[in-house]
Design a protein around this ligand. Sequence first.
Ligand code: PSV
Ligand code: MN
Ligand code: MN
Length: 431
Amino acid sequence: MTSVIDAGLVADQNAKLDAQLQADYEGLGGMLTRRGLDIDKLTALAQTFAVAVPSWGAGTGGTRFARFPGRGEPRNVFEKLEDCAVIHQLTRATPSVSPHFPWDKPTDASELRETAKALGLAFDAVNSNTFQDQQGQEQSYKFGSLTSTSAAVRAQAVAHNIECIEIGRAIGSQALTVWVGDGANFPGQHNLRGALERYLDSMREIYAALPSDWNVFIEHKLFEPAFYATTIADWGTSFACATELGPKAKCLVDLGHHAPNTNIEMIVARLAQFGKLGGFHFNDSKYGDDDLDSGSINPFQLFLVFNELADAARREGEAFKPAYMLDQSHNVTDPIESLMSSAAEVQRAFVQSALVDRAVLTGLQEQNDVLEAAQTLKRAFRTDVSPILAMARVRAGGAADPVACYRASGYRDRVAGLRPAKAGASGSGIV
Ligand code: PSV
Ligand code: MN
Ligand code: MN
């Protein structure tokens, strides 16, 4: 695997933090021993954690008001991969990338796959895009894509998804994520049932093109750009469609795609119970689809999601393997720093959920000891597992402090010189 950041620099940075990390690790280890937990086992568990990085997250996102390009933004999929390799090299928690087509469409898929492999990366779910028009495209998605009233528009959107599967196959992916912004902005604009019938007809054609070892993930989102009635607005609709389509269709939960205060962990529990939890887009939000860094607003919610995942893993065993992906893209931070921080926050919630003694919790629930049951979760959530995360990274060859190490490497300055900002350049590939 090519090290994008000098491995000697990583080792030097880690050496500076070594004494402090050992002391913190020992202190935490002692406390966990008193709780009957083995810190080295937890560190080994932390090392099994992996979350995919969204290719579009490597660029600076924007809002509908403005986009302020960042320095050294990747200009194409190969530069995005290089940035993703930095994230994985330092965090050791992001070995795969989730690409978005046509933004990342390669001229040569095998070259893309080989480049990723040389950087120590693989590809996770591929994402289709029928929420914006592309140059040279015959039909417009202005009034929808898979749900359009026009057969020609639907055919174009279906063909694009099938092309995504073909590219995905060539680059080693095994899943397609379909998010459509289709819906209505005015009452009366759509026949609500008719739109979903058309969606299902289109999805049946896409489903039929899936290889036998593939899944299709249906991503729901409450609103935006359709503000009155989004066709796939909630997990209920997503679940019904996934059930209708068949076993390869599953639901994808993007944490930012729900109304404020929605009990997302309960959605996770329901989908897991009925075998339809396909995966996640992790991010955080205060109001809507804010795409903020994971754990930046509501880390307790993230922990509770992982608490349900730990419960599901215990019940379902090896077969339970939802896909973990980040989906974020923000305006005001360096995307590499934000993605590293998010990966660590999701990994933190994963480790914290392993601190919960499930047998004890079940006993408390059975006795209706409400206060102690709640405290059991809170105790795990309040435990600062940072030394475990840092040790997991160091033992795997990553950085004790990824952001500090990244800053010390001068990577952003280096790529800023190599990647001059282009007018209208967009990290996400939005043209
Ligand atoms: C839609 O808001 C979404 O969450 C979907 O995952 C898209 O593919 C992604 O954002 C990229 O903009
Ligand atoms: Mn998403
Ligand atoms: Mn979103």
